[in-house]
Ligand binder design. Sequence first.
Ligand SMILES: [Zn+2]
Length: 135
Amino acid sequence: MTEMPKTLLRYHEHPDYWMWACIAVDHSFAVHIWARKRPQSEEAQLGFGEYYGGVEQHRPPREGEEADHSLCPFLNGPCCHDGSSLAFDEFKTAVAESIREQTPHRILNKACDWFERRWNYYNEKAVSDEHTRQD
Ligand SMILES: [Zn+2]
């Protein structure tokens, strides 16, 4: 287990839109979560949940790998990122389903707990990917 970096930013807050990011202190890794309120017409028409969003991990490109973007706002440099709406569903179940009834402080606390679990998951995955490539 790698200890989660303590840098947690909630850098956007709007009645219908939220973003959080957890960034490693050495800028080697970041997890970024965003959530948006679905337009009511779409929600009613398609029967989706009230919120949708994504979870993305950001890391520097490996040797020979092309960056997805050259200046990542989380890493302050080139970045490869990968996202998952399924991971957001997991977060939503824990946090955002009741986002309207929660204070921002409480949401951040829940997000911290959630980040810590994801942080360990991503780190363990990164280590196992590293071993696979060297085999
Ligand atoms: Zn990035």
